[in-house]
Design a protein around this ligand. Structure first.
Ligand code: ZN
Length: 95
């Protein structure tokens, strides 16, 4: 586990949530609080800002998807829906 104070998103942790991903988990936050209580507020602020950016990106993505879906014809929609449903079933079968 490693905490990068200047760049919280570059911190790493071996827990299932954060392992191999660029996310901030509760362990990083806990360690950061313990190590440097005064800077913890800045750290959390940056995490919150990043999460807000992520949310914005996600909303933008869904808007793009919606625009795309609206350009499709009925036949295309039927084909896309069918393949999406098949994909979903395959994903569930793997679980
Ligand atoms: Zn962790």
């Amino acid at each position: 586990m490693h905490i990068d104070r200047a760049h919280p998103r570059k911190s790493t942790c071996n827990c299932p949530f954060a392992d191999g991903r660029r996310v901030v988990c509760k362990h990083m936050i806990a360690l950061y609080f313990t190590a440097k209580p005064k800077a913890a507020e800045d750290f959390l602020k940056e995490v919150e800002e990043w999460e807000a950016e992520e949310l914005e990106r996600e909303e933008q993505h869904y808007e793009d998807l919606e625009r795309y879906v609206k350009t499709l014809s009925k036949t295309e929609l039927q084909e896309q829906l069918l393949s999406a449903l098949i994909e979903l079933e395959e994903l569930q079968n793997w679980g």
